[in-house]
Design a protein around this ligand. Structure first.
Ligand code: SF4
Length: 350
């Protein structure tokens, strides 16, 4: 074992976080935890994990659930394709989790990182993980300047990670380096003062800790403008299912008019899509602006305006993809957090 791996191992012995998926070698639970923790902090993911395994304790229960329910259990975690992929993958397993690396890699939503994590932790196979934590620790400790988002960088870091892997305890080693990156060698303000690697860390010696890892491209974000309509009678509101290949696929939301730029209420009243949507409401249209929200996703910023259209008749016929539900039942539908938070405050007439 290299000095680096040995120090890491000793650090992990005293610093490992006690987490439920660490008390099992069942690949199903390890897979769930890995998918939940992609793009999610451990403290946030833990509750979701516990609720998820309580409702779907094995592959079959997840495979037999309907997608709406799976999405409902995922609500608020974001990156909903992860939940859809989990469900698809569970259906493809026929009740048995694959035991060969390449078969694990073929599961929907599983890339090299997740396959390496599952196979090393559940089966003790010698596959090194490379995630954001690993990039950061290795680039700093060994002063590797190759951009982590370049093809060359990906290859180089994968080789470093594989060569440093403790082949006798690959699962433990992988968890150790990821925890080390999350707790000790953090993106901002790493704890170099009490770091067991500080005597041999090249970035620290060269005073370059904050310059590593190197990234070529900044993530581009684009703006989108959503105008949501809470169309409501005293007992009913209307929803819509997002079926297009877009964010929040298969989640439910309020009737939406997306526009190329932000509109005020008067401009929205003039908008053609608004007319098409509300023709059936006719002269009853009374539009009140309720709330303006800026919702930040990884690659998009959504500027959402929420409007209330209070109506009297329940016999109106909105376009077919909008359907009425009793107000009391709105929580039964999996929704983006943006819409969920709005309805929490505004679904019920005051
Ligand atoms: S000394 Fe600082 S930069 Fe180097 S590995 Fe430790 S925490 Fe990371």
């Amino acid at each position: 074992m290299s000095v680096f791996s040995e120090i890491l191992h000793n650090w992990y012995t005293t610093n490992a976080r006690d987490l439920p998926w660490r008390r099992t070698s069942d690949p199903y639970f390890i897979w769930l935890s890995e998918i939940i923790l992609q793009q999610t902090r451990v403290d946030q993911g833990l509750d979701y994990y516990l609720r998820f395994v309580n409702r779907f304790p094995d592959i079959r229960s997840l495979a037999q659930a309907n997608e709406d329910e799976v999405l409902h259990y995922w609500q608020g975690l974001g990156y909903y394709s992860r939940a859809r992929n989990l469900h698809e993958a569970a259906k493809s397993m026929n009740g048995c989790f694959p035991t060969i690396y390449n078969k694990v890699l073929e599961l929907k939503g599983v890339g090299p990182y997740t396959a390496a994590a599952i196979c090393s932790i559940a089966y003790g196979m010698p596959y090194a993980v490379v995630d954001g934590n690993v990039y950061r620790v290795l680039s700093r400790y060994f002063d590797i300047k190759t951009p982590i988002d370049s093809t060359e960088g990906k290859r180089e870091f994968a080789e470093w990670a594989q060569s440093l892997l403790d082949k006798d305890h690959p699962g433990e080693y992988n968890q150790a380096i990821m925890d080390f990156g999350a707790i000790q060698c953090t993106p901002a303000m790493p704890r170099c003062h009490d770091c067991p690697l500080s005597n041999s860390c090249l970035a620290l010696a060269k005073n370059k800790v904050n310059q590593l890892p190197v990234k070529n491209h900044k993530t581009k974000t684009s703006a989108r403008y959503f105008n949501y309509l809470l169309i409501r009678t005293s007992k009913t509101l209307w929803l819509h299912k997002r079926t297009d290949k877009d964010i929040w696929h298969n989640l439910y939301e309020l009737p939406l008019i997306e526009t190329p730029q932000q509109l005020d209420a008067l401009q929205l009243l003039e908008d053609e899509s608004f007319h098409l949507l509300t023709t059936a409401i006719g002269s009853q249209v009374q539009l009140s602006h309720i709330e303006k929200v800026k919702h930040v996703l990884s690659h998009r910023i959504i500027y959402a305006d929420f409007y209330l259209l209070e109506i009297k008749e329940t016999t109106i016929q909105l376009p077919v993809h909008y359907f009425p539900i009793p107000i009391a039942e709105w929580r039964n539908y999996a929704m983006p957090q943006l819409v969920y938070r709005f309805l929490e405050k505004n679904a019920v007439p005051k």
